[in-house]
Design a protein around this ligand. Sequence first.
Ligand code: PEP
Ligand code: MN
Length: 272
Amino acid sequence: MNQNYLYTKKNEQDKTIIEIKNNKIGQGHFTFIAGPCSVESYEQFFTTASALKKTGVNIIRGGVFKPRTSPYSFQGLKEEGIKILSYVKKELDISVVTEITSVKQIDLFKDIDIIQIGARNMQNFEFLKEIAKLKKPVILKRGFSNTIDEFLLSAEYLLINGCHNIILCERGIRTFEYKTRNTLDISAIPIIKELTHLPIIIDPSHSGGIDRLVYPLSLSSIYAGSDGIIVEVHNDPKNALSDGEQSITPKDFEKLYANANKIFNYKLENNI
Ligand code: PEP
Ligand code: MN
């Protein structure tokens, strides 16, 4: 493993800090990425994004090409959704994150600040090579049945093909437990921190799969060393077209934002 680029650049001074406008992601910074699972309409996205921006979030997520388990579930607004992301991005002066699910979509991603590669595509190697060539910041989500080594080797595919701004995301893995949607692999955070120079964030929404787990999972990840969270926030979770049961409201997010910052700063100031 040691001949690999990723595993050899792991000293403090080598840590990657990614800059998205005025936001720094990685080492010494705690990043919040929040927004609805899916962009459903201009009103829904604007309402949620503006509430989050008011709280202090500058990087907003919103899926438009949705990798759904059932072909009968809402598949996303696609091109129309990209237009909404672009429009609200300008209106609110925010950065936007959305998932790409096919190389055919690449031309639509010019205005997208961070490209998400979802859990289901983590080991789609030809896809990774093509996305890397765009040289845009990427959130690479861990596949739900993939080991840490496999996860990091997928990041290596991006790195050696030209993409250096990679944010790793632990989003829960499949275990025998069925009380939660997935099991957040909290141990992956310190291990990945030891092995690599890349920032790692967690997704408390797709891991727990339940709105009330978002808060405890997010806060506990901070002590484990997480560099941030990507969390699903919806203005009306009960009527969300996807993942409503794991989405929190902008109001609940305010409390999470305040306390996560408190814990992160305490940890930083006290060198914990
Ligand atoms: C998502 O972020 O909406 C998503 C589908 O995530 P994952 O790829 O982790 O399932
Ligand atoms: Mn989702």
